[in-house]
Design a protein around this ligand. Sequence first.
Ligand code: SF4
Ligand code: SF4
Length: 341
Amino acid sequence: MVSVKEKELQITEQRRLRDNLFDISSRIMGKEGAKFLFKVYDLARFDIFGKPKGAIGSIDVTNRCNLRCRHCYFYAHDYESEPELTDDEWIEKFEGLKKEGFPFYQCSWIGGEPLLRKSLIERGMRYFKSNLVTTNGTIELPFWPDVNFYISIDGPREMHDSMRGKGTYDKIVKNVNRPNLKILLSMVITRENYRGVETFVDEWRERGGVRGVLFQFYTPVKGLENDNLWPGWELRDRVIDDLIRLKGIHGDFIFLPNEVFEMMRSDRCQAITRDCLFSQVSFCFDPQGREKRPCMMGPMADCTRCGCVLPFHLKALEDKRLVLRELFMSLRKAIGRPALH
Ligand code: SF4
Ligand code: SF4
């Protein structure tokens, strides 16, 4: 019987082939050029010809978190009473998926706080071509230069700390000071923090250290007594106007294209979330390794009021002109050109 370690060696061999090709390309065209080439290949495979089931998704790596944010959907589920999979059990699971032809394209490592299980992520991310870690930013970031770190922030210091606990904002400011890492900020807009959006963007544009900010809206989750965070349609539409205006000022520092914001408007969004593309193409596993449906927010999320950008971004990418534009933006980043206005 092949041991877990032997299986890991096999996957390392496969990765090595891609890595060798990458090294050769890097020598010919430079590292950033090679990264761009590989991105074009992956985009061509998945974004132009369509994402296969399981191409993107998320893994809740742990039951645990060092914070208790008021808007957290994770604690609407009673995960804590059940033991989470061990590192070896996850590797066994990935091996099983590999035999079934699982695409292993893009994985978001989430939680709980995923950086409480760094060793698992370090082993698991070798299976995927692209990895994202969504963290609360209060734990020192490991040196994983190929990973995209998304740090959750709820606005300027006071607003953030009122949601996540005193002192958490300053810990993030300290931890993002890592010039060799790819760091983005992710803000969930609620009725409580929407007034802080512009200050938040201005502050971080000036402070630097992050590649941009991603905005999403709060999605109500049944079982959590915080429906007061839901902004309501009228306010949400007004905030979308504001985001589009800010994008006119800050360009691609605000991470999503305007097409996505337009799709999130009250008169268009439900046609998209009713037939959620993310739920159709994604995989989501809970800390016990079980499939989570219909998405990482679990069955209690209110799809009719979904504020997650993923269904909208995937829908927008059905327009291949947008795929080409995103490719162009990747090229600009690869050659170190500033955000477009
Ligand atoms: S940091 Fe994330 S997982 Fe932890 S309590 Fe806050 S929202 Fe939930
Ligand atoms: S909550 Fe949003 S992302 Fe999740 S399945 Fe519903 S519409 Fe899709």
